[in-house]
Design a protein around this ligand. Structure first.
Ligand SMILES: Cc1cc2nc3c(=O)[nH]c(=O)nc-3n(C[C@H](O)[C@H](O)[C@H](O)COP(=O)(O)O)c2cc1C
Length: 379
């Protein structure tokens, strides 16, 4: 109520990027007060509940609802965001070289579509600067998302990713190779298997060297704009390289089906669209991945998840974890708790003791559905 009727209208009067910095700054400031994190937890976190906890990759994640990459690009506020109700926080995208990103304005609201359009261009202080901020004890599960620096030519992409992996894998609960942002020229071409394979192999080897005593879960994050055959090719590569997961999806370059005036949308320029218009395609990609991959590995669903029903559909379609970004901006600070409690309620109503038991229960292929049930029984 307070967010929707007082804070949101105030934030909406501001430039979207300024509003982001103000809101995120206020959250970090609150968390830094004596007792601030406890206060945030009390006000915003879901009730600690074994039915919500997800056991995956040797981690116990308190809630399946996480914050997607791009909100905390420089890993400056993950503890505050964890206290504010996210079960896990994905920081980044971080690049090997610090970079300013694209000229402003580069973030736009489309309220009629409950969407955002961004061409931030991986603005971040670089993986070297972020390292010490991640190298400290923490109570939040943190995924680290890495991308290619703009100045690095595509032929040298693998080494660029590896440099960030060497710095950050030791501090990552999981590591994400992001090849799907539309805002770094040529980046999405790296999703082609011939380009992606050497990158993922190099990053895996780097992780093994940098973190010899632990297998760092390695995931790849893909675009919703891939053709179905390319989604299948990524699935095949995921299996061949024994990756721990796929994140589906990043933002889309499509502008189809928007309610916002087309001239207004054109005026905003290039960029990736996120939020409600992405929902259907993200879900399709998730389903395609699940049926191509079988029961393993873990899928993380992101793109247009706005309410508990959306999150529940993704879980049943085979996502072990879900993430949000745009709906957090529109719905405000109670969203992570609302989604987590809603998932817990839906799982119980459907006869499952835990949300995790419902993962993949509505997968269309009976073979994959049964294999998922079996792998759940074993774990
Ligand atoms: C302003 C903004 C910045 C983003 N930056 C990144 C990023 O740096 N790396 C990344 O992998 N995804 C980034 N994303 C994409 C989100 O992580 C997510 O995949 C996408 O927004 C779809 O989810 P949503 O519909 O819940 O927003 C960004 C999204 C937004 C809106």
């Amino acid at each position: 109520m307070v967010y929707r009727h007082i804070l949101r209208p105030l934030l909406y009067r501001m430039d979207p990027e300024k509003a982001h910095h103000l809101a995120f700054g206020a959250l970090r400031w609150t968390a830094a007060l004596p007792g601030g994190k406890a206060m945030l937890r009390l006000a915003l976190s879901p009730k600690a509940d074994p039915a919500l906890a997800i056991k995956v990759w040797d981690l116990e994640i308190p809630s399946p609802v996480g914050l997607a990459a791009g909100f905390d690009k420089d890993a400056i506020g993950y503890e505050a965001l964890g206290a504010a109700g996210f079960g896990f926080v994905e920081v980044g995208t971080l690049t090997a070289h610090p970079q300013p990103g694209n000229p402003k304005p580069r973030l736009f609201r489309l309220p009629k579509d409950r969407a955002l359009l961004n061409r931030m261009g991986f603005n971040n202080g670089g993986s070297q600067a972020a390292e010490p901020r991640l190298d400290r004890p923490r109570s939040t599960i943190v995924g680290v998302n890495i991308g290619k620096s703009k100045i690095t030519p595509p032929a040298e992409a693998a080494d660029d990713y590896a440099l960030s992996a060497a710095r950050l894998a030791p501090h990552a609960d999981y590591l994400v190779v992001n090849v799907s942002s539309p805002n770094t020229p040529g980046l999405r071409d790296l999703q082609a298997v011939e380009s992606l394979e050497p990158i993922l192999r190099t990053v895996r080897e780097t992780c093994e060297r940098a973190v010899p005593d632990r297998r760092v879960p390695l995931l790849v994050k893909i675009a919703p704009d891939l053709a179905d055959e390319d989604v299948d090719a990524v699935a095949e590569l995921t299996r061949a390289l024994d990756l721990e997961g796929v994140i589906a999806t990043n933002t889309t370059i499509s502008r189809e089906g928007l309610q916002t005036n087309p001239a207004t949308v054109r005026g905003m320029g290039n960029g990736g669209l996120s939020g409600a218009p992405l929902e259907a395609r993200s879900l399709q990609v998730l389903r395609r991945l699940r049926s191509a991959l079988g029961p393993e590995p873990v899928l993380v669903a992101v793109g247009g998840i706005e309410d508990p029903d959306d999150a529940w559909v993704r879980v049943q379609a085979g996502a072990t974890l879900v993430q949000v970004y745009t709906s957090y901006v529109y719905e405000g600070p109670y969203l992570p708790r609302r989604l987590a409690h809603g998932l817990g309620r839906r799982a119980k109503d459907a006869g499952f003791a835990r949300v995790q038991d419902a993962v993949g229960t509505a997968v269309a292929s009976p073979g994959v559905r049964e294999a998922m049930a079996q792998s759940r029984d074993i774990s």
